[in-house]
Design a protein around this ligand. Structure first.
Ligand SMILES: [Zn+2]
Length: 212
């Protein structure tokens, strides 16, 4: 069973998720820790729970989701992965940081890319990768079928969807992707978005006005 720990980091109130299981291994999704206190909070959690991080993965590469990647990659010697269609966004990380006056330690190059339909693993756990473009070109959702959990990035929020007015955004792709690939999941699946509280697929099917 996968345990999901949520951290809320940086000025954008971004959700960083740490997924672990009884093996003691864990992965970090969207490492957004920026302030020293945020980095300490994450490091303390790892230490207190005896967890060993094995990879950094991202739902996408907007600045608020990558602020802690370089720090953690160096500290724990971790490989970093995202969808190939985020390459352009990733290569403009410094511009994104400058635009918001953020200090960014430039992340390292990715060790590889995450592809739609593939699976990644850590410890005894497996996550399925679901590619949905529209908020950003290479948006990836991480699906834990056994535990009925979905890390949705900025694709799907509680009664809302990701914004599509940023470079590479596309409203129809986002709505189409959510309907085609997410709404068919078990209604009890808990959705962990990139910002704000959790929801479920069933609740979004009923109450999300963007998806009517
Ligand atoms: Zn975003």
């Amino acid at each position: 069973m996968i345990n999901i720990k949520t951290f809320v980091f940086n000025a954008f109130q971004e959700n960083t998720y740490l997924l672990s299981d009884s093996s003691g291994e864990c992965i970090i999704i969207d490492a957004g820790c920026e302030e020293p206190s945020e980095k300490d909070e994450l490091a303390d959690y790892l230490e207190d729970n005896g967890l060993k991080p094995v990879k950094l993965v991202n739902t996408h590469c907007h600045i608020d989701h990558i602020l802690g990647v370089a720090y953690l990659a160096k500290k724990y010697d971790l490989p970093f992965y995202f969808h190939e269609s985020e390459k352009a966004l990733f290569s403009h990380s410094q511009n994104q940081a400058d635009m918001f006056g953020l200090s960014l330690e430039l992340p390292l190059e990715p060790a590889g890319f995450l592809n739609d339909g593939e699976k990644i693993s850590f410890g005894e756990s497996i996550l399925e990768l679901i590619h949905i473009s529209g908020h950003s070109p290479g948006g990836i959702c991480f699906y834990d079928e056994a535990g009925k959990n979905l890390i949705s990035g900025d694709v799907l929020f509680l009664e809302s969807i990701g914004r599509t007015d940023l470079p590479g955004g596309d409203y129809d792709s986002l709505i189409g992707g959510i309907k085609e690939k997410l709404l068919g999941l078990d209604p009890d699946t808990v959705v962990y978005p990139g910002h704000g509280p959790t929801t479920t697929i069933g609740h979004e099917k009923e109450s999300n006005s963007f998806l009517r």
